[in-house]
Design a protein around this ligand. Structure first.
Ligand SMILES: Nc1nc2c(ncn2[C@@H]2O[C@H](COP(=O)(O)OP(=O)(O)OP(=O)(O)O)[C@@H](O)[C@H]2O)c(=O)[nH]1
Length: 403
């Protein structure tokens, strides 16, 4: 699987390396087509297949994308995340078929542009859950465009926008050239602060600067094709989560459901920003203690079966008790986890188990307690482990298989 790719020597026979697949998302009018047009001119984008999802009876977006020909595939008459996932599977299969039968020479990456209202998770699931596609494609980056002018109010008002921001590996600010007034710039600061809570680990880029290039947008996955040693530190970016936790005192972790702040424009305090987005949290768990394989499986199984929809994104590297020299990498989007990957070695001296979480309506304390019950204090009758296994709701989670 992917770890084979990391070990592959040029010219050696074996399964073809998986093709990186990225998702370009962002709210309505955030500038997806504009950015796409710009990066498609870059020679690094040659041999990229772009799948554009239209929503509405007559697809128009492809008319505005400059490049024509084989590379652009339009999927219309529905939204990828809802009704036309089958079309996406067929399209991805056809691309492989063309590659395998020689009708297409090279396919270096696939980029899927979603509609502005799409939840990216089901699109990622389409690939992760497909037994063949998951072998031939690997999830590389989720790139989320955020309008610097309207982004703050969009985040406040639209759940889809918050989800798009929360699952991103890259956040690209668009329209920063329009931040002309002090008020607009102050609003932009609030937007950045809010994004820091939703998703502290994503690399931020400005569409108006030269930094928005394929090399910065892509290759955000664990595996850099140019390097044999996976860059786990960059991939997890756990320091960003730590800074985020320190920056937000625990007393701000709760929200006031009974009190809705209808007007949010002139409030800058965390409690006032938005009661909804407070439900999305980003945090990290770490432990020095090796984790047994069964404990890891139970923890993940319970999490994803009982709380799957609340796990917007989970990434981690785990020190297994049974195989301490070969860490296991986990990666999940909601209830769907990639098959865990075993690395041949630790990427650096840090051999702790580390996991980063972006959750919705799932408090950090709950996940932490559960993790401690299964990992740290795994002795059978510690109070935490006991309370977990005594919980009938928790037990029901054990029944579904870990992929
Ligand atoms: N000033 C400025 N305008 C921008 C920028 N990026 C995009 N726009 C403009 O914003 C409008 C919307 O951009 P699009 O690229 O069509 O946005 P989109 O996300 O593809 O839109 P939908 O497909 O409707 O979701 C267009 O008028 C663009 O010219 C930017 O960085 N600065």
């Amino acid at each position: 699987m992917v770890s084979q790719e990391a070990r592959r020597e040029p010219g050696r026979k074996g399964p073809k390396p998986p093709i990186p697949l990225s998702v370009l998302t962002g709210f309505l009018g955030s500038g997806k087509t504009t950015l796409l047009n710009r990066i498609l001119k870059d020679p690094a984008m040659a041999d990229t297949a772009v799948i554009i999802n239209e929503f509405g009876e007559i697809g128009l977006d492809h008319l505005f994308v400059d490049q024509t020909g084989d590379g652009i595939i339009e999927l219309s008459s529905g939204c990828l995340c809802c009704t036309i996932r089958g079309d996406l599977v067929t399209t991805l299969e056809n691309l492989l078929r063309h590659l395998d039968n020689g009708r297409k020479d090279r396919l270096t990456r696939v980029l899927i542009e979603t509609t502005g209202l799409a939840d990216p998770a089901p699109i990622l699931h389409t690939v992760m859950l497909h037994p063949y596609l998951v072998m031939r494609y690997r999830l590389d980056s989720v790139i989320t465009l955020v309008d610097a002018v309207n982004g703050f109010s969009t985040l406040l008002e639209h759940e889809e926008a918050r989800k798009q921001a929360a699952v991103a590996d890259r956040i690209v600010f668009t329209k920063t050239d329009l931040l002309q007034t002090p008020a607009a710039r102050a609003e932009f600061e609030k937007l950045k602060h809010r994004l820091g809570t939703l998703n502290p680990g994503a690399l931020r880029l400005d569409a108006q600067s030269d930094e928005v290039q394929p090399s910065k947008l892509f290759d955000a996955g664990l595996y850099d094709p140019n390097s044999k040693i996976p860059d786990v530190a960059t991939w997890l970016n756990e320091e960003a989560y730590a800074a985020n936790t320190q920056g937000h005192a625990p007393s701000h972790g709760h929200h006031h459901d009974g009190h809705h702040h209808g007007h949010h424009h002139d409030h800058d305090h965390d409690h006032d920003v938005n009661r909804h987005s407070e439900a999305i949290r980003a945090f990290t768990l770490a432990t020095d203690r090796p984790v047994s394989t069964s404990a890891l499986e139970m923890f993940l199984d319970l999490l994803r079966s009982a709380h799957g929809p609340k796990l917007l994104r989970v990434k981690g590297i785990v020190h297994l008790a049974e195989d301490p020299d070969r860490p296991v990498v986990i990666h999940g989007v909601q209830h769907v986890f990639h098959p865990p990957t075993t690395l041949e070695d630790w990427p650096d001296d840090d051999r702790r188990t580390r996991m980063v979480f972006i959750t919705k309506d799932l408090p950090e304390g709950f996940v932490r307690k559960m993790f401690e019950a299964f990992s740290g204090a795994l002795l059978p009758d510690t109070p935490d482990a006991k309370s977990m296994t005594d919980n009938p709701l928790a037990i029901s989670g054990f029944t579904s298989p870990v992929r």
